[in-house]
Design a protein around this ligand. Structure first.
Ligand SMILES: *Cc1c(COP(=O)(O)O)cnc(C)c1O
Length: 421
């Protein structure tokens, strides 16, 4: 459920008409709902009630400072995957002991920054990285808390580009080698083992792959404990999917996910961390765009809109579906038209939908791409020299621009000219 609903035929973001925001900030833009962000965070928090837990928002899904502050105020931790994300989390006021650092290629510079600023744990993804964290920690005279990310070789049954838990993926160490790697970790004086980490992919629409992976982690927990390691924490990753296509998909709910986690891992007396990103931010955001032209092709109608693949790359990159709806609903009774909905970028891949049935639209009409809150703005680029589009946050009857649209001049002035020109 989200808070983008129609009232008398007009799409609202909470209590604000979307058309009013469009008039104020221009199109295209991203618009997020505070109530939806908060609701989704609480769903996870409540799903794990009764076990010691921390919900660490995977901020790569949407990392605007205002979004981070909204979630941090509810007690969220953060899962960060770069020095830049760590800096964003700290700037948003998240304490270091609520930040976990994931990612396959942490540099020594990033490791040192994070150790100096405070960190809950590093999720270590390889032995060379483990050595690097140890070396930096020893040099700084501190001890780095770590988990090792294990790769359970489980098929997440999701898009190949966002599956991370099979042996052919670059993530984690094979679970079959975990005991050996933990023995090595225990011998390194700059490290303190605190738990195990696993994350098998994103946009999972079934619980079974999670459960398979978590059963393997439960078994490993008992083996590692019998080897003498202190396993006080299990980081279960993120990945729970969202219903991009409302008409025909219903992924498991956080409550069902939480119940499974308690059933599979509840007996271990460990603290549980989860790292949801998409499920918190995805349906909490829309991208609003305006129709520039309606163009009749040989055998189809094109809706050429002012948003493009550089603003929302998911359809081009993952063949992803976004529900696309008119901001002002048409009069009832009009026959739907099938449109190819495309952006202005000079690539055929700049196509949001093909043959999508919509009520008839005309130049100047506003449309909204639903479920665009996660992996939307954060993946945007300035391809075709299209400035990054603004982000707006709504709360009740208020809205605020939380990242403004840069001017052409600002965009150009980031380049510098060498002395020989
Ligand atoms: C991307 C990622 C997540 C979040 O995945 P979602 O599908 O957005 O929930 C969590 N943990 C790690 C390590 C990730 O890389």
């Amino acid at each position: 459920m989200d808070h983008f609903l129609y009232r008398d035929g007009a799409l609202f973001a909470e209590d604000v008409p979307v058309a009013e925001i469009a008039a104020a900030v221009g199109t295209p833009f991203y618009c997020y709902s505070t109530a939806t962000l908060e609701r989704h965070f609480r769903l996870f928090d409540e799903a794990l009630e009764g076990v010691d837990h921390l919900v660490c928002y995977a901020m790569k899904a949407a990392s605007n400072q205002a979004i981070l502050k909204t979630l941090a105020a509810l007690g969220a931790g953060m899962d960060v995957v770069s020095g830049g994300e760590y800096a964003r989390a700290i700037a948003a006021g998240v304490p270091g002991d609520r930040i976990v650092f994931s990612g396959v290629g942490k540099t020594c510079e990033e490791i040192a920054t994070v150790l100096a600023g405070g960190i809950r744990q590093f999720n270590v993804e390889s032995e060379p990285e483990m050595e690097a964290i140890n070396a930096v920690a020893l040099e700084m005279g501190v001890v780095a808390p770590i988990t090792v990310r294990v790769n359970p070789d489980v098929d997440a049954k999701t898009h190949a580009k966002i599956a991370t838990g099979k042996s052919e993926n670059k993530f984690g160490i094979p679970i079959s080698r975990a005991r050996e790697v933990y023995a090595h970790a225990a011998s390194l004086k700059g490290l303190k083992v605190v738990g195990i980490d696993v994350h098998i992919g994103s946009q999972l629409t079934q619980l079974e792959p999670f459960e398979l992976a978590y059963r393997k982690v439960a078994e490993l927990t008992e083996q590692l404990r019998s080897d003498g390691h202190e396993i006080i924490r299990l980081d279960l990753g993120g990945g729970l999917g969202i219903p991009y296509e409302r008409s025909n998909s219903a992924p498991p709910l956080p409550m069902e996910y939480g119940a499974m986690v308690k059933r599979v891992l509840g007996h271990l007396d460990v603290e549980i961390e989860i790292e949801p990103g998409r499920l918190i931010a995805g349906n909490a955001g829309i991208m609003v765009s305006r129709v520039i032209y309606v163009k009749s092709g040989e055998d189809r109608e094109f809706l050429i809109v002012d948003g493009a693949m550089n603003d929302l790359i998911r359809p081009a990159m993952y063949e992803a579906h976004h529900d696309i709806v008119p901001v002002i609903e048409a009069e009832p009774g009009l026959e739907p038209v099938r449109y190819d909905i495309v952006g202005p970028v000079c690539e055929s891949g700049d196509t949001f939908a093909k043959g999508r049935a919509m009520t008839p639209l005309a130049a100047g009409d506003l449309i909204a791409f639903r479920s665009a809150g996660a992996y939307g703005a954060v993946m945007a680029s300035e391809y075709n020299s299209r400035p990054l589009i603004p982000e707006v946050l709504v709360k009740g009857d208020q809205f605020a621009v939380i990242r403004r649209r840069p001017t052409y001049e600002e965009m150009i002035n980031r380049d510098s000219i060498p002395t020989w020109l």
